[in-house]
Write a protein that binds this ligand. Structure first.
Ligand code: NDP
Ligand code: 2IT
Length: 446
């Protein structure tokens, strides 16, 4: 890096102890150099300096009462990163590991991802260090209501539209929406991922996992390959992993592994997804339970071991930095030739460098998992029209969007990086161009 090194140095200096945010910024800035060389006016206008500083960061106390009558206090976050091309949009994550660094890395990446969707949405992210595991439905509800009591002051259908992420699914969105409505007396599309009877979009639940497979299908086809007959390993067993498993299987692949934060299951017969949905979506149990009822399946403690399973295609769909350099080396040594990121930043920068060196087919998160937020934007569109499209209509739009993202990222990779297969550069640059043009056009206080 030359032109952008001072920007990166200042990010390090001004945001100490935020390693995930540093990692996400570095990954983007190292690909933007050729763009800034072509646009001295963007250098002069401080576009990148502005891009790495959130427009607004909100942190708040979330007090609630547990089932024993004790007062608990969590920390809530909403980082409104960039509104150049539309209202802030991005999920809420409830997980004990959540801190400002994690929310900022997610919010920063969301800017580029949302731009790639071709739809008018800015970037934001939020969440809490609340741990939903082991909590009763009442405790979840109490927490969501307290969280929304503060968050409601900062969001709105034309301002900032949150959705789900890790630990936030249909149940939590329901409680959050109920509280927003109670406080504001408004039935608006202020959250996405809503229930189907009250403003939700068909295919939103499936969208991230399905979109990931549609994106990878385009990437595989560009290399004369497909999912048909391939062995696939998917990490995680939440929303993204389950629907990636469903679509990959529909496209003819055999998915042989899934995981959670405790360990992974390997089923050489191919994952029985109906059983997984029952375990994870209905009973909210651990993935380990699967091996008790599937005779050829095995369960292994520890989640990193999943990357030692031999596969053609790996789809990390759990969390950040789940594939480090060592895991990447093992995957490649075992013959894995395609990786598609369903999770956000699941590969370390060292792992990504290995993918690029080895010229495997690689779908980076910002592009490959954009189907979820794209379908959220379609939900916003339906809410504005007070109308709903059929599953087939939404799914067809999602498929087209994922193709457009692949084509746009490929074209940008070719133009700026001189390598159409470098979708890391392609996705970052294609996402950046639209946001940079909008920021430049909208000016800065002078
Ligand atoms: P869920 O909460 O539904 O599932 C998360 C899964 O990942 C669970 O299996 C969970 O295991 C596992 N996991 C979570 N944290 C860790 C950890 N620290 N170590 C190991 N495993 C972990 O979330 P989603 O499926 O919605 O999200 C998965 C990923 O996809 C995230 O990176 C998210 O940001 C990203 N994403 C989600 C989108 C969406 O629309 N939902 C859209 C785009 C990206 P356990 O149950 O043990 O915690
Ligand atoms: O990371 C993501 O893109 C999401 N969690 C989905 C965000 C959204 O607004 O649907």
């Amino acid at each position: 890096m030359k032109l952008l090194q001072p920007v990166y140095d200042s990010v390090l200096a001004r945001n100490p102890n935020q390693p995930e945010f540093h990692q996400a910024v570095y990954e983007v800035l190292q690909t933007l150099e050729p763009v800034m060389e072509k646009h001295p006016e963007w250098v002069k206008a401080g576009i990148v300096e502005r891009l790495v500083e959130p427009e607004r960061q909100i942190m708040f106390r979330v007090p609630w009462v547990d089932d024993q009558g004790n007062v608990q206090v969590n920390r809530g976050f909403r980082v409104q990163f960039n509104s150049a091309i539309g209202p802030y949009k991005g999920g809420l994550r409830f997980h004990p590991s959540v801190n400002l660094s994690i929310i900022k890395f997610l919010g920063f990446e969301q800017i580029f991802k949302n731009s790639l969707t071709t739809l008018p949405i800015g970037g934001g992210k939020g969440g809490s260090d609340f741990d939903p595991k082991g909590k009763s439905d009442r405790e979840i509800m109490a927490f969501c209501q307290s969280f929304m009591t503060e968050l409601s002051k900062h969001i709105g259908a034309d301002t900032d539209v949150p959705a789900g992420d890790i630990g936030v699914g249909g149940r939590e969105i329901g409680f959050l929406y109920g509280q927003y409505k109670r406080l504001r007396n408004e039935f608006t599309g202020v959250l996405t991922g809503k229930g189907l009877g009250w403003g939700g979009s068909l295919a939103r639940t499936e969208a991230t996992g399905y979109g990931l497979c549609y994106f990878m299908d385009n990437a595989l086809k560009a290399h004369g390959k497909s999912f048909e007959g391939k062995t696939v390993v998917i990490s995680g067993s939440g929303n993204v992993a389950i629907y990636a498993c469903e679509k990959a299987t529909q496209l003819g692949a055999k998915v042989v592994a899934l995981s959670d934060s405790n360990g992974y299951i390997y089923d050489p017969d191919g994952i029985d997804l109906a059983a997984v949905k029952e375990i994870k979506e209905v009973k909210r149990q651990r993935i380990k339970v699967y091996a008790e009822t599937h005779k050829n399946a095995t369960y292994t403690e520890g989640c990193r071991g999943i990357w030692t399973i031999k596969c053609d295609i790996a789809l990390p769909c759990a969390t950040q930095n789940e594939i480090n350099e060592e895991s990447a080396k093992i995957l490649l040594a075992n013959g894995c030739w395609a990786i598609g990121e369903g999770a956000n930043m699941p590969s370390t920068n060292e792992a990504i460098a290995l993918y690029l060196q080895n010229k495997i087919i690689f779908g980076p998160a910002k592009a490959a998992n954009a189907g979820g937020v794209a379908t959220s934007a379609l939900e916003m569109c339906q809410n504005s029209m007070r109308y709903s499209w059929t599953f087939e209509e939404v799914d067809a739009k999602l498929k087209q969007i994922m193709k457009d993202i692949f084509d746009n990222a490929t074209a940008a990779a070719e133009e700026y990086a001189g390598d159409k297969d470098n979708l890391v550069a392609g996705a970052n640059i294609a996402g950046f161009l639209k946001v940079a043009k909008a920021m430049y056009a909208q000016g800065v206080a002078y």
